[in-house]
Design a protein around this ligand. Structure first.
Ligand code: SD4
Length: 335
């Protein structure tokens, strides 16, 4: 009877042998960097820090690291988070300015303060005090994106129910007297969605998750996305599993999809189904949101899911484990 139960309950999702790295999108070099750490006996935390750090330096997809997603002032600001799934410690930075290594600063918040998150200018000062170099995050490319946007009268943007000061090119904006219904988040369809979210299990059974992004093009200054928020951009609990999300963070963070997926896996839901439920929960309210999530349970079984919208019919993610011994590109059909 027990044997029958075991056989009929075999999982149908991706299986991995530990150690294991999974990350959002086809950011292969990031996977390889994390995998090298794990292979040489390094920790899950070191793996996600190295993997996300690699993406930051390579400016993966233009949406990770410096020189991407200039805000309304033309400045690139960074969000990142790291979570230890064994101790439940978290370090995060948001709206980080002038410092390239956002995931490194997030780890410093976790390991060198009693806090969980630091934001904005003060986060940058903290980073400098911790020895991180202050540099201009603007590049020729981010300047060009910003210049084109100004030339296009600052369209599209994330404002609603406001009008620009007519004497100025775009803003300051003033509230319109009446609130008008508006097709939501037209501008969120601009392709600027390639946050790295990475899950790593090391050979000692430790679990960690990390995220790093420069957010969204033309965001309102001060905007913070889902990526640095524990439970939204990522979550890890070694007794249940881990998840990391990517996409329209303003919408996704309202549903804590990573936390939801981990709790579903804790209750025995397989990783693919947990990912799908996390996406479905958002879809109920925002049918056309852009987003995807990766999930791995405590035994290293993994899956992914994404919301089907024009421009996202399939979601790609990377996996490296003892079976493949090299980064493999995986994909899942969006629904
Ligand atoms: C954010 N989730 O800041 C991030 C953006 C992104 O893939 O590109 N995600 O909303």
């Amino acid at each position: 009877m027990l044997l029958f139960f075991t056989l009929t309950c075999l999982p149908t999702f991706g299986q991995a042998s530990l150690p294991l790295v999974i990350n959002t999108w086809g950011f292969k070099n990031a996977t390889a960097a994390a995998w090298t750490v794990l292979q040489s006996g390094g920790s899950a935390l070191d793996a996600v820090e190295k993997g996300c750090g690699r993406c930051q330096r390579e400016q993966c997809g233009g949406s990770v690291g410096y020189g991407g997603s200039p805000d309304e002032n033309g400045e690139t600001t960074l969000d990142a988070m790291i979570m230890n799934g064994n101790t439940m410690e978290v370090g995060a930075v948001a709206d980080l300015k002038r410092i390239k290594n956002a995931i490194g600063v997030a780890r410093a918040v976790m390991e060198r303060t009693e806090h969980t998150m630091l934001v904005g200018e003060s986060a940058s000062v903290f980073a400098e005090n911790m020895g991180f170099a202050a540099e201009d995050l603007t590049t020729a490319k981010s300047l060009e994106i910003f210049t084109q946007w100004l030339k296009g009268s600052c369209q599209p943007n994330y404002r609603k129910n406001v009008s620009p000061d007519p004497s100025k090119l775009c803003h300051p904006y003033k509230p319109l007297a009446e609130l008008r219904p508006k097709e939501r988040r037209l501008s969120a369809n601009i392709r600027s969605h390639d946050t790295i979210g990475m899950i790593a299990f090391d050979r000692y059974g430790h679990l960690a998750v990390g995220t790093s992004t420069n957010g969204l093009n033309h965001k309102v200054p001060g905007r913070v996305g889902d990526s640095p928020i524990a439970g939204a951009g990522g979550y890890a609990d070694a007794s249940a599993g881990a998840a990391a999300a990517t996409g329209d963070g303003d919408v996704m963070m309202r549903f804590l999809p990573s936390y939801l997926a981990v709790e579903l896996m804790r209750a025995g839901t397989d990783p693919s189904a947990a990912c799908e439920t996390a996406i479905s929960r958002i879809k109920r309210h925002y049918a056309h949101f852009f987003g995807a999530i990766i999930c791995a349970n405590a035994t290293g079984h993994y899956g992914a899911a994404c919301n089907k919208v024009p421009g996202l019919l399939q979601f790609h993610y990377m996996v490296a484990d003892g079976g493949s011994d090299a980064p493999l590109l995986k994909s899942v059909d969006c629904f």
